[in-house]
Write a new protein. Structure first.
Length: 511
């Protein structure tokens, strides 16, 4: 239910009055409906506005917009901080469709307190700030808009809110730029901005959208990244959708006509991925990006991470196996019995990495690499996006250096998901063996060509970034794929049990 706030002061003071009237219950209920609020399942004990920074876009002071800094205390005691730009919209403004609250004044018009990113005038003001640079301060806090290179000089007045919201909100300016407004605030360098700036300014890698600016929140000596502005790629689509189209055409083709155009595209993507890793390891003088030799302690840590993921996923599977449908139930019961064998397999892979020699380098990497993190432009180029890492992991962990093969493993698993999803859409799983064979062939060819593009003439042989032997590269890649498989299983059991069969099949192949 939308709260109704009744305030007494003139229109220009409605905003501060309205904020003071908001209760923890109203704020908590609103956050619970937002896709970008990442703690829905944990319960919010209290939500309060810790600070409100007024934004004045023009020459005249204006209290129509503020950035509210929310302090959220969860039921488990964890404290999270979010930013929520707020503005007042008078009906019939479409932005008032999902108000946080309705504001009424005696004898005056009512207004809706809404997320300001939905208001066109707010987005225009933000565009001006990116063009000229701007800083807004209140109570020792600063919300600062900074430009990079040419910045937002070309931003048009026309803008819209992107439709694919997840942990952030995207504001798209014509066909020129896209501004990602981060919702959760974490002190420190955001890897999405940090890596995009490094690639744009200090390398020749051009298969990621150019960084044009960022938004920084500074408070009490802490610095948090609140947003970023990148070059927009009009007409591009994500590689996941493109791959599904390719799978569909491959599976529906008549027997003998099953050419696989995605194979050549996967090889190019492998080459672009390799170029990304080489760029991210190209500056030995920058402590944040200088490559480092991986040690035996690193290998043990990677092995432990896979075993922890295995333990959590298999315990969950044991509790929920009987609730799965059809063949998935039988597969789940069988795997539960083979948990010791799976643990042995992870340890065997670890020993194979050790026996093969050095495990290669640790570098900055993407951290959450899959087909959904790649765009295909209208010219057919692959562009890598979203360097934020896995949002659920702590910021320090997302910025940590890792083996580049962790990214490779993520993409290989994404090919498996694309092949399985395509076969599932056509309805041939479990009833059309020929279709299943084709889907497995599509995945195998995508994997082989991607690895061919990534490894190039080196094959899996000695390499500056990778383990010094082919056997070491193969074993380490398999270890990271195993970790990813168990992560997928836990995720699907919690969120989409009907999809659990995909990682279940992958895990069975480990044995």
């Amino acid at each position: 239910m939308t709260a109704v706030l009744r305030v007494e002061r003139p229109e220009r003071a409605l905003m501060p009055d309205a904020l003071r009237e908001l209760s923890s219950e109203t704020l908590g209920a609103y956050l619970g409906t937002r896709r970008w609020f990442g703690a829905k399942g944990r319960g919010a004990r209290s939500v309060e506005i810790e600070a409100a920074i007024p934004l004045a876009w023009g020459a005249e002071p204006d209290e129509s917009y503020v950035v509210a800094i929310l302090r959220v205390v969860l039921d488990d005691g964890a404290v999270l901080r979010y930013q929520l730009p707020l503005g007042l919209a008078a009906p019939p403004d479409p932005a008032a469709a999902e108000p946080l609250a309705r504001v009424e004044t005696p004898g005056g018009p009512s207004a809706a307190l809404v997320d300001a990113t939905t208001i066109a005038a707010f987005r225009r003001g933000l565009a001006l700030a990116f063009r000229d640079g701007a800083a807004f301060t209140s109570g020792g806090r600063s919300w600062r808009v900074e430009t990079v290179g040419e910045g937002g000089a070309e931003l048009p007045d026309e803008s819209r809110v992107g439709g694919a919201e997840q942990s952030n909100t995207s504001l798209i300016y014509g066909d020129v730029a896209i501004c990602k407004v981060f919702r959760r605030l974490e002190p420190g360098e955001n890897p999405d901005v940090e890596i995009a700036r490094f690639l744009s300014v200090r390398t020749k890698f051009r298969n990621t959208p150019q960084l044009l600016g960022s938004i920084v929140l500074e408070e009490e000596g802490r610095r948090s990244i609140a947003g970023m502005l990148n070059r927009f790629l009009p007409g591009s689509r994500d590689a996941w959708a493109h791959a599904l189209d390719r799978v569909d055409g491959y599976l529906r083709a008549a027997e003998g006509e099953t050419t696989n155009p995605f194979a050549a595209e996967a090889r190019k993507l492998g080459g672009v991925t390799r170029a990304l890793h080489e760029a991210l390891s190209s500056d030995e003088d920058d402590p944040a990006f200088a490559p480092a030799f991986a040690s035996d302690e690193d290998v043990q840590r990677w092995s432990d991470a896979a075993l922890v993921m295995l333990g959590g996923a298999m315990s969950l599977l044991e509790r929920r196996a009987d609730a799965l449908a059809g063949q998935s139930r039988a597969h789940a019961r069988a795997l539960v019995q083979r948990r010791p064998a799976l643990e042995r397999r992870v340890r065997e892979l670890t020993e194979e990495v050790r026996a093969a020699g050095d495990p290669g380098m640790r570098i900055r990497h993407h951290g959450d690499y899959h087909l959904g993190q790649v765009l295909r432009t209208v010219e057919g180029r692959w562009m890598i996006i979203d360097f934020e890492g896995e949002p659920a992991r702590p910021l320090e962990e997302r910025r940590a250096k890792h083996s580049p093969l962790r990214d490779v493993a993520g993409m290989l698993r994404s090919f498996g998901y694309a092949a399985a999803t395509g076969a599932m859409r056509i309805g041939g799983l479990g009833s059309n063996p020929q279709l299943e064979i084709r889907a497995a062939r599509w995945e195998r060819e995508a994997r082989e060509h991607f690895l061919g593009g990534y490894l190039g003439e080196r094959g899996a042989a000695a390499d500056a970034l990778l383990p010094s032997t082919a056997a070491g590269t193969t074993a380490l890649l398999a270890l990271f794929e195993a970790e990813k498989l168990f992560y997928e299983l836990g995720y699907e059991l919690d969120n989409r049990p009907e999809w659990a069969w995909i990682p279940l099949r992958g895990i069975a192949k480990l044995l």
